[in-house]
Design a protein. Sequence first.
Length: 369
Amino acid sequence: MFKFWKKNENAERATENAQASDSTRPIEADAIATNSSSVAPQSAEETPSAPVVPVIAIERKTWRERLAGSVFNRSIGSLFARRPKLDDALLDELETALLGADVGVSATTALIEDLRRRMGKREFVDADALLLALRSDLIALLQPVAQPLRVDASKRPFVILMVGVNGVGKTTTIGKLARRFQNAGHSVVLAAGDTFRAAAVEQLKTWGERNDVAVVAQGSGADSASVIFDALQSARSKQLDILIADTAGRLHTQAGLMDELAKIRRVLGKLDAVAPHEVLLVIDGTTGQNAVNQTRQFRAAIGVTGLVVSKLDGSAKGGVVFALAKEFGLPIRFVGLGETADDLREFDPVAFVDALLPANLGNRETVAT
Ligand SMILES: Nc1nc2c(ncn2[C@@H]2O[C@H](COP(=O)(O)OP(=O)(O)O)[C@@H](O)[C@H]2O)c(=O)[nH]1
Ligand SMILES: [Mg+2]
């Protein structure tokens, strides 16, 4: 018995190690799979007698798997798994857990106040009922920001500018987006606007080669705005549908780099007065409350039309998504649930909340699958 348990523990550790090394491993071409081919075998394993699994159920299963390790999932999940009494102490514990999961003071206060008021009116029979109310409050908070990116075909090429601090996942997200748009039948070109580091241009070119997408680059040290301008000109002459432009990571303290973003907009404006048509700010889901600061700064420097929250798999706390929704109300276009090309998902509040607060706590019926 002991041996068997030990073996499992080792297996778990091996998986953890594999996951840890995964995060530093470059993405291999053969690791890129379509949504259906990567998730179908898992569901087939679990339900051998039911080969037809609704796509939405498979999708939600993936969200649950990827977010299972989040602080939100663990701390709030274990709080309710203890089957607590319905009292003020539960609300206090819940408040602490929400703050600890990066939900932020403003959103946490609003959520707890709503639950306290309804508890006072004896709306809940037990803690499970309160959990259900929390889940629907969380979904309601996110629903207004769940606005998918729609490529306006009248803007051709549709220009997407990717911004954010260093290492958040801009270049990776561009690779994922290129793949997604190509699968949807769009022609795509990428601009290597991160001219700060030679490695950044190479990284984008690798993604381009993998997806058979052209990359416009001038090498490191070039002027970012002029690279993106060239790419726009070339995309126009080739009548391509979408241009996605990479930029160097920058901090609000780097005034010169922040000014560069304004310059990119100015220069693009010479060809297309309303370009870029989408400015996507990538936020690393593991950064916590600093994400709020970053959003504020980039919004002031260039204007942001949509967010991508990356790295929600693994060690993310998960709660920062609520903080951002409450603070800014900016559309959350996509979330990153892993490093491969099929790990970019359109933001789905129900799947997200279901994954953070497991459906086996409380009433399963409320979480639609
Ligand atoms: N686990 C995980 N890693 C990601 C995700 N998105 C990006 N990364 C990793 O984050 C690291 C930095 O990404 P990169 O695209 O180079 O960031 P950039 O500096 O903003 O361009 C790389 O190792 C990526 O593989 C994600 O959704 N999940
Ligand atoms: Mg990059």
